[in-house]
Design a protein around this ligand. Structure first.
Ligand SMILES: [Fe+2]
Length: 392
């Protein structure tokens, strides 16, 4: 994250003696990005966070990707994917490349304790409520929240209801998901005019009271997955401070820009990661020039593949395509895409849109995951031509 937070007790100076009531030293841990050169947090544990007593390799299933061949626009209906599992081990891989993977899960169980030791994980909660429990404490999240979990954060998803629907975007290229630099002053304050700022960001509120016991932790590393047994519960933290912690931002707190004529998608950038960006489309006034065409123009995504996750409201420009709540569209570089024929004329005079959608643009081509077979609408690629035939 980009600003300072402190939860629980920390000593007056880093790397000094800090003891419990019985005189035992707490165990300091630095969680730092880019080695020792970027944002850091300092956590104080009751027990050393290093004490593993067993390790086993865990099969890393479901990760196979195939080329988008023949190159086609794709429509994936996430609500047709099988329900069940947890946010960590139950995610269904849909799209990915060396920089980023995009999965979806309709979870009905709490996750194991997990740590991605490679890259940051960004979640978008489509429906349901949960508490993200971590070494940094408890963070309540729900429908409409982005949740950013920095690499190396030991955490667990605890559901607060029967189901949690989540889009999962993982930085696979050993990188970090951050607010765009142009939102920030050189010292990291959100500038006035940014579409969100410190007041919109929620961090962990309170530390967790955990029983001291042997605890399994599933860890993603550069070569796969390992399950460790730790001698003590990793959430045994009495305090921490710093800039590196999980946080949530509601898409409803994202303030959109509007213009007299159509503004391009990068206007709505929300986060950037290594090899991808995330944008938020939220309810907003349409373009107010008297001759404005409110739906987007046709466009070629030179240098990027474009993914849209439709997660609320209506999707005027996509009427007649089968796109609906929970749909994901993939419009790859090399394919020209745009509104369905007829929708530009129909849109003229519309004053506002009520849509919510999350866009992920990747700079390398996306490949297709195994779960695509369970979710794909095979007719989508032909929907533009079909719309003209229907209209004519
Ligand atoms: Fe587009």
């Amino acid at each position: 994250m980009v600003f300072y937070r402190r939860v629980g007790e920390v000593p007056g100076k880093r790397h000094t003696q800090f003891r419990d009531a019985d005189g035992r030293l707490y165990h300091e841990e630095m969680q730092g990005e880019e080695g020792f050169s970027w944002n850091q947090s300092f956590l104080y544990h009751r027990h050393p966070p290093t004490m593993i007593t067993a390790a086993e390799t865990v099969p890393d299933g479901g990760g196979e990707l195939r080329g988008n061949d023949p190159l086609l626009p794709r429509h994936l209906r996430t609500h047709e994917l099988k329900l069940g599992g947890d946010v960590v081990t139950g995610r269904k891989l849909l799209l990915g490349n060396a920089d980023v993977s995009i999965s979806y899960v309709a979870a009905d169980a709490d996750s194991p304790i997990y740590r991605n030791g490679v890259g940051d994980e960004l979640y978008y909660v489509e429906a349901g409520e949960a508490v993200l429990e971590s070494v940094h404490g408890a963070l309540a999240v729900g429908e409409g929240d982005y949740v950013v979990v920095p690499a190396a954060t030991t955490h667990r998803w605890a559901l607060r209801g029967p189901e949690l629907r989540v889009l999962v975007v993982v930085a696979e290229g050993a990188g970090h998901v951050r607010p765009p630099g142009r939102f920030l002053s050189p010292l990291g304050q959100f500038l006035d005019g940014s579409p969100y700022n410190e007041r919109d960001i929620r961090g962990p509120e309170r530390l967790l009271a955990v029983e001291d016991r042997e605890t399994e932790v599933l860890v993603r590393h550069r070569g796969g997955l390992v399950r460790y047994v730790y001698a003590h519960h990793p959430f045994d933290v009495v305090g921490w401070d710093g800039y590196n912690y999980p946080y949530a931002l509601s898409i409803r707190d994202y303030q959109p820009s509007t213009g007299s004529l159509h503004l391009p998608p990068p206007t709505y950038i929300t986060f950037e990661g290594p090899g991808f960006v995330v944008c938020s489309f939220v309810p907003r006034l349409f373009d107010y020039h008297p001759d404005a065409v409110p739906v987007p123009y046709n466009h070629s995504n030179v240098d990027s593949d474009e993914v849209l996750f439709y997660c609320g409201g209506d999707f005027m420009s996509r009427a007649g395509t089968g796109i609906g709540m929970g749909s994901i569209s993939l419009h790859p570089a090399g394919f020209i895409h745009g509104p369905q024929p007829g929708s530009a004329e129909k849109a003229i005079g519309a004053r506002r849109t009520e849509e919510y959608a999350v866009m992920i643009d990747t700079f390398q081509p996306l490949r297709l995951g195994e779960a695509v077979a369970d979710a794909e609408d095979p007719d989508y690629a032909w929907s533009w031509a079909r719309a003209e035939r229907g209209a004519g």
